[in-house]
Design a protein around this ligand. Structure first.
Ligand SMILES: Cc1ncc(COP(=O)(O)O)c(C=O)c1O
Length: 319
């Protein structure tokens, strides 16, 4: 909820309604089978970053699972902006757009979902990691659960099937079991530095793919590297923006297959995502990255230039 006194308004199947009125059927295939797609988007200073790219990816994901959204791109863009306006979100916000196949019966057959898809848009705030980690970098581990193979449900599809990523997050939570349920603010500075914050999923043959909800970059000898989408990664909008921004700044970038060795021996490492934005990685599996995040020159330049890049690629929320 945005604020405990004011109920949030959400877009729900063509209308803007109070959050408490938005109800989904227990026969919705999104609920029964994870049969749907979604987007996570940010707005900054009252303008939505790369709205059209997110809408395009939503439609591409839907096309992959043969889900007819029954709206045009323009309708989805307008609904996104309307949701922000309905909540007076003219500063920064995080937007979640979800489309499911709608109501079916108890079988998996999508042909039984004969009505309209369920579409909702929530505009709220999200803090993926506490601010402490933006200042001190993340402690990251490689995950035991491999990335989905590209021969199955493509990792390029932003579908409602995130269980692999959730299993990875459970592994991360298990590393932090020693905190015994104490909240982050109750931990000492030394304890905060011990928290494992993220995990990197490897492909079944051991190559670097992505983090649980972010793309991975490393820097080696001044060159920026990230795995190609063909390795089985979501084509992150922030990832593509960073590649674009690097080219504007004259930083050489290469999309290349990366090994765990490449991670451990990198001079810099950072993650990108709409929710995470840009965040430096301090260590991976207990190996300190480079000479510490203070020495991350390429990351520092990209991070400093990012807000201005965002302002050039954003769609204002109409008043
Ligand atoms: C698995 C995964 N990888 C990468 C990303 C980053 O993508 P984007 O920059 O488009 O948010 C996300 C978040 O959306 C994600 O869920």
């Amino acid at each position: 909820m945005l604020d405990s006194k004011k109920e949030m308004r959400v877009y729900f199947n063509g209308e803007i309604i109070p959050e408490s009125k938005a109800k989904i059927s227990i026969f919705d295939h999104g609920v029964l089978y994870g049969d749907g797609v979604f987007e996570g988007i940010r707005s900054y200073n009252g303008a939505v970053f790369k709205l059209e790219e997110h809408t395009e990816r939503l439609f591409a994901s839907a096309r992959y699972i043969s889900l007819d959204i029954k709206m045009t791109h323009e309708d989805v863009n307008r609904a996104t902006l309307d949701t922000l306006a309905a909540n007076d979100l003219y500063e920064n916000a995080y937007i979640r757009t979800v489309v499911t196949r709608g109501e079916g019966d108890l079988g998996i057959n999508p042909a039984k979902c004969t009505g309209n898809p369920t579409i909702f848009i929530i505009a709220d705030d999200i803090a993926l990691y506490p601010r402490f980690f933006y200042e001190n970098g993340l402690r990251v581990v490689t995950l035991a659960v491999p990335q989905k193979p590209i021969s199955g449900l493509s990792p390029m599809v932003k579908s409602l099937n995130y269980l692999n990523n959730i299993l990875g997050t459970i592994q991360i939570n298990n590393y932090n079991a020693w905190t015994q349920g104490r909240s982050f603010s109750e931990l000492s500075e030394e304890e905060k530095l011990l928290i494992v914050t993220e995990g990197i999923m490897l492909s079944a043959d051991g190559h670097v793919t992505e983090a649980t909800a972010d793309n991975v970059f490393i820097v080696k000898d001044g060159v920026l590297f990230t795995p190609p989408v063909s390795e089985g990664v979501l084509e992150g909008i922030t990832r593509n923006s960073i590649l674009d921004l690097a080219s504007e700044l004259g930083i050489r970038s290469v999309e290349a297959r990366l090994s765990v060795f490449d991670l451990y021996s990198a001079n810099e490492c950072f993650l990108t995502g709409s929710a995470a934005e840009l965040v430096a990685v301090r260590d991976i599996d207990g190996r300190r990255i480079g000479n510490g995040i203070e020495s991350f020159d390429v990351y520092g330049r990209l991070r400093a230039a990012f807000p201005e890049y965002v302002s050039r690629h954003s769609t204002p929320v109409p008043k």
